[in-house]
Design a protein around this ligand. Structure first.
Ligand code: ARG
Length: 504
């Protein structure tokens, strides 16, 4: 077996003593507490690398077999033990060294060949990209899908209830509950597309970039890129090991998701208040007060609103870590994963919680209806009515303003309570059909512009998301976009290949 292993760190032989001489230094420099979460991606990358090493003749078929079997065994052990796997030690610093050391321990000499033509610098850049891609596919996207499905289900139950809309948090125009639920649906669908796009945008495999300058060994980078599903190789070994763009894009996309969650949570906190009483939350998602016996606080919603702060914090922390770094790898980059994981964990928790809250919420039809007369929600509809009679909109606006005043002066409180004579005193064009344009219930039936928040807009959105065809159409559009991007990548690759040799 090996005759070169002199310290616990196989790469520390150049110095007479390594950081293991000071336990604080060993712990300080270590990232295993958090980067152990990369183990699956690390092992996948290593198997692709070893497979390529065998193909180009740098290791034997027997070496590859031993390496692959060893790595798979290590993976199942970590699957079982998680952070408690005994191979995770501070002395070995990080996931890459812990796995490699365990491999050498297990299979001996072939394990010592795995790191041929590779550095932890290209290895960690790769692992993080693979992890982000998996996180998107396996967690964030399904959770966002579950939330948007939940909003649709709630819209199917309560969507036709008439409610006021608010701008400036002041009563604006009547809408239906479904109209507002589809606003959130739209925002979360967009958040999902933004997140998914981060995965699509990862074109360039960093593997084969080595520590900074590449390698003089005959690696076949195309082979590893293809095995790991990258359309291209990174064209600068320095940039490939220096950049964390994918991580920043991911945390930005998570921040936008957290921001949307936070706005939604705030809206529902307001709706759940005694003053509004528009929604009733499931008791499972409220908590009592330790002092006030009557309280039912929307703590889960408040925490969704609040956790957004830490997600933004992760984005700013990551960007700030990157700021001012000299080009190529610097150890500062090790901190990146903390921020990525933290943002991911918080957003996933919030998405999971949000879907449950949505499933347990009911809109309070009677309570909402009892308030619809307030705030002249139908004033804009009345102005539209006058427009249909030939009144210029600006004039109609003034006429309605006066009618609101009349209603207030007479203490009526609603335009629908004015008499036809009172209307005609302000505009002779008003006829008895004006009453069909007044009252929230009537108004929500009249909207006809595409995407309106009234009944027709809500119903057509519901039909659209329900219909198989729409779902397919949407998937198709998305697939088209992805394959378009892939084509673009192929084109770039062709151009790249025609560049003079050594250009990458
Ligand atoms: N744990 C390190 C990180 O996450 C791996 C790269 C270390 N490279 C090095 N040359 N020290 O960034």
């Amino acid at each position: 077996m090996s005759d070169t292993k002199t310290t616990s760190k196989p790469w520390e032989h150049a110095k007479s003593s390594g950081s293991e001489t000071d336990p604080l230094a060993a712990r300080f420099v270590s990232s295993i507490d958090y980067d152990w979460r990369l183990y699956k991606q690390d092992i996948r990358g290593s198997i692709a690398h070893a497979t390529m090493l065998e193909q180009v003749g740098l290791i034997t078929a027997g070496d590859l077999e031993a390496i692959e079997a060893g790595l798979r065994a290590i993976e199942s052990e970590i699957d079982e033990r998680g952070r408690g796997w005994p191979g995770f030690t501070y002395e070995l610093e990080d996931i890459h060294m812990c796995v490699e050391a365990a491999l050498i321990e297990r299979v001996g000499e072939p394990g010592r060949k795995l790191h041929t033509g590779r550095s932890r610098n290209d290895q960690v850049a790769l692992d993080l990209m693979l992890w982000v891609r998996d996180a998107i596919e396996e967690r964030v996207t399904p959770l966002l899908d579950a939330l948007t499905d939940g909003l649709v289900a709630l819209a199917e139950r309560d969507g036709a209830i008439v409610m006021p809309s608010y701008t400036h948090l002041q009563r604006a125009q009547p809408i239906v509950v479904g109209g507002e639920l589809f606003a959130w649906h739209e925002a979360f669908v967009r958040a999902g597309q933004r997140v998914a796009q981060v995965g699509v945008d990862m074109y360039h495999s960093p593997l084969g970039s080595g520590a900074v300058a590449g390698t003089s060994l005959p690696l076949n980078r195309d082979m590893t890129a293809e095995a790991l599903d990258f359309p291209l190789n990174a064209s600068s070994s320095i940039d490939a090991t220096a950049n964390r763009d994918a991580a920043v894009d991911f945390v930005y996309a998570l921040s936008m998701t957290a921001m949307t969650l936070s706005r939604w949570a705030e809206q529902w906190i307001i709706y759940a208040s005694t003053e509004f009483g528009f929604i009733k939350l499931d008791d499972a998602y409220t908590t009592g007060s330790s002092m006030m016996p009557q309280k039912q606080n929307p703590d889960m919603l408040e925490l969704i609103r609040g956790k957004c702060g830490a997600v933004y914090g992760s984005l700013v922390a990551l960007l700030t870590t990157l700021k001012g770094l000299p080009i190529a790898y610097n150890r500062d980059l090790q901190e990146d994963k903390k921020h990525v994981f933290r943002a991911f964990d918080d957003v996933c928790d919030c998405l999971e919680m949000a879907a449950k809250i949505v499933a347990g919420t009911t809109f309070q039809k009677e309570r909402i209806a009892s308030t619809l007369d307030r705030g002249y929600l139908d004033a804009t509809s009345l102005a539209d009515y006058l427009v249909t009679k030939g009144v210029p909109f600006r004039t109609a606006h003034q006429v309605v303003g006066r009618l609101v005043q009349v209603s207030e002066e007479r203490g009526l409180g609603a335009l629908g309570k004015l008499s036809l004579e009172q209307f005609r005193a302000e505009s002779e064009l008003v006829e008895a059909d004006v009453f069909d344009w007044l009252g929230a219930e009537n108004v929500v039936k009249r909207y006809q512009s595409d995407g309106n928040a009234g009944l027709s807009g809500f119903v057509s959105l519901l039909e659209w998301v329900r219909s198989e065809g729409a779902a397919e159409g949407e998937a198709l559009e998305w697939d088209d976009m992805v394959s378009g991007l892939r084509n673009l990548a192929d084109q770039m690759e062709a151009e790249h290949a025609s560049k003079p040799k050594g250009a990458d």
